[in-house]
Design a protein around this ligand. Structure first.
Ligand SMILES: Nc1nc2c(ncn2[C@@H]2O[C@H](COP(=O)(O)OP(=O)(O)OP(=O)(O)O)[C@@H](O)[C@H]2O)c(=O)[nH]1
Ligand SMILES: [Mg+2]
Length: 423
C-alpha cells in the first residue's frame, strides 16, 4: 500500500546520571570526589533509504525511543553513551514539527537528520568541587532526551510533473518516453500511486518525470484522488499539462485546463506559477478545428503547445525535447529549508509544575515543560533568551528560588542549561 503521510513520536535516550563517589585507597584517609559522568543518551536519527518508496512502515510503529546512556561510577568511570536509533525513510521525506507545522528537515539527500537528541549525561560529583565545597555529596542527573511529535510527508523528487484529468493519457505518455510501465486503461483513476520515470537524453543527460493520479475539479478540497497527490508535483521544476484534445469523454479541454490550474492555485499558488507546457493528446480522435481552437487559446495565453498521440509515440519526442530545453534554464528541484520555531509559537502546557532541589548552593530546577522550551529554542538568540527569562518569572520559578534563599552568584542548573543567579 502506498502511504505518503505519517505521524510519529521520537524521543532521545535519557542521559545517564553522574555518580557521587570518593576516592578510596588503603591507608589514604579521605580521598577526593571521583564520581564519573553519565553517558549521553542515544539520538533518534532519520536517514534516507533509497530502497523505500512509501511511509507504510509508520502505520504500525509510531513511537521511537533511543536507548539511555549508562550512569557514571566510582573511579571517575564515565557511563557509556546510548546507541543512536536510526529510522529509515524514503527519499524526499519532509519532516515537520506536528505542533507548529514548521519544517525541520528535508531528507532529499544522504545527509542524516537528528530528529531527537539524547539527553546529556549528568556530571559526577568532582565537577561540583570548589575551594569551599571540597566534598560535594551530590551529582547531576542525566537530562531527558528531546521528544518531538513529527509529521512526515513524502514529496517525490522529480524534475517534471504530469498534470491532467483522468484518462487523458498521462500514463500512456510516461510509458513511451521512459522505462516506467504504469498500468494504462480506459477507466478513471487507473493510476492510484505516483510513478516515477527516468527519461534518458543520452550522454548521461537524464531527467525524472512523475506520473500522478488524474486530477479533477475539487481535487484540492479532497474530491476524487487528486489532492493527496498534488504534493508529489510540488517540488517539480516544471509541469507538463496533458489534455484530451478530442474531448473524447464529452468535456472541453480548455475548461479542463482552466479547472486544473484553479486547483493548483488553491493547493499552492507557487505551484500554479511554475513553468507549464501543454501537450494535446489523442490527436487521432480530434478534428483540425478542435486542434486549432486549442492551439490558438494556448498561444494567446502564452503556453508552448504540442500535439501528440501518446500510445504510438507520435509527437512525444518533441514534447521531451521541449522539456529538456526548458529544464536547462530552470533552477534545481525544490529543497525545503529548516524553519525556526520561536518560543512564543510553542503550545502552552497546562500546569507549570516544577521542583527545586538545593544542594550546597547549587539550585537544580526540574520541569518537563521547561525542558521542552529549552530544547526547541536557540538560547543564543537574544529574543529567545528574553522569552525564557520571562517564563522563569511568570511561572514563579524565580520567586521560589529567592524563597529558597538563593544568593547573588549561586549556580542555577536547569538540565543542560546553567547560569549564575543575578538579582
Ligand atoms: N485514441 C487514443 N487513445 C489514447 C491516447 N492516449 C491514451 N489513450 C487511451 O486512453 C485511456 C487512458 O489512458 P491512460 O494513459 O491510462 O490515462 P491516464 O491519464 O494515465 O489516466 P488515469 O491514470 O486514470 O488518470 C487508455 O485506454 C489509453 O489507451 C491517444 O492518443 N489516442
Ligand atoms: Mg494513469
Amino acid at each position: 500500500m502506498f502511504v505518503d503521510i505519517a505521524k510519529i513520536t521520537v524521543k532521545g535516550g535519557k542521559g545517564g546520571d553522574g555518580a557521587v563517589a570518593f576516592h578510596r585507597e588503603k591507608f589514604v584517609a579521605s580521598g577526593g570526589p571521583d564520581g564519573g559522568d553519565g553517558g549521553k543518551g542515544g539520538d533518534v536519527v532519520l536517514q534516507v533509504d533509497t530502497n523505500l518508496s512509501t511511509l507504510a512502515d509508520f502505520r504500525y510503529k509510531r513511537k521511537y525511543t533511543a536507548p539511555s546512556g549508562t550512569n557514571g561510577s566510582s573511579g571517575r568511570k564515565n557511563g557509556k553513551k546510548g546507541e543512536d536509533l536510526i529510522i529509515r525513510v524514503p527519499l524526499g521525506t519532509v519532516v515537520k514539527d506536528a505542533a507548529t507545522g514548521k519544517i525541520l528537515a528535508d531528507l532529499s539527500d544522504d545527509q542524516p537528520f537528528i530528529a531527537a537528541k539524547g539527553g546529556k549525561g549528568g556530571w559526577g560529583n568532582p565537577h561540583f568541587a570548589t575551594a569551599t565545597r571540597q566534598v560535594p555529596r551530590f551529582a547531576k542527573s542525566g537530562a531527558p532526551g528531546e521528544e518531538w511529535e513529527l509529521s512526515l510527508e513524502l514529496k517525490l523528487i522529480a524534475d517534471v510533473g504530469l498534470l491532467g484529468f483522468p484518462n487523458v493519457g498521462k500514463s500512456s505518455f510516461i510509458s513511451v518516453v521512459s522505462q516506467a510501465k504504469p498500468i494504462i486503461a480506459d477507466y478513471h483513476f487507473t493510476t492510484l500511486t505516483p510513478v516515477l520515470g527516468v527519461v534518458s537524453m543520452g550522454e548521461g543527460n537524464s531527467f525524472v518525470i512523475a506520473d500522478i493520479p488524474g486530477l479533477i475539479e475539487g481535487a484540492s478540497d479532497g474530491v476524487g484522488l487528486g489532492h493527496e497527490f498534488l504534493r508529489h508535483v510540488e517540488r517539480c521544476r516544471m509541469l507538463v499539462h496533458i489534455l484530451d484534445a478530442a474531448g473524447s469523454e464529452g468535456r472541453d479541454p480548455i475548461e479542463d485546463f482552466e479547472k486544473i490550474n484553479a486547483e493548483l492555485e488553491k493547493f499552492n499558488p507557487d505551484l500554479a506559477k511554475r513553468k507549464q507546457i501543454v501537450a494535446a493528446n489523442k490527436i487521432d480522435l480530434a478534428t483540425d478545428e478542435q486542434l486549432e481552437r486549442l492551439e490558438n487559446y494556448m498561444r494567446e495565453h502564452g503556453y508552448d503547445f504540442y500535439r501528440m498521440c501518446a500510445p504510438i509515440a507520435e509527437g512525444t519526442q518533441q514534447v521531451i525535447n521541449a522539456v529538456a530545453a526548458e529544464l536547462a534554464k530552470l533552477p534545481p528541484v525544490v529543497r525545503y529549508e529548516r524553519e525556526t520555531i520561536t518560543p512564543a509559537e510553542l503550545p502552552v502546557e497546562k500546569g507549570q509544575n516544577y521542583t527545586i532541589r538545593v544542594e550546597d548552593g547549587v539550585y537544580f530546577v526540574e520541569a518537563e515543560w521547561l525542558l521542552k522550551i529549552l530544547q526547541r529554542t536557540d538560547l543564543d538568540d537574544y529574543e529567545a533568551l528574553q522569552y525564557f527569562q520571562r517564563v522563569l518569572e511568570t511561572s514563579g520559578i524565580l520567586n521560589s528560588l529567592v524563597e529558597r534563599g538563593i544568593q547573588e552568584g549561586d549556580t542555577v542548573v536547569i538540565y543542560d542549561f546553567e547560569f549564575d543567579y543575578v538579582s
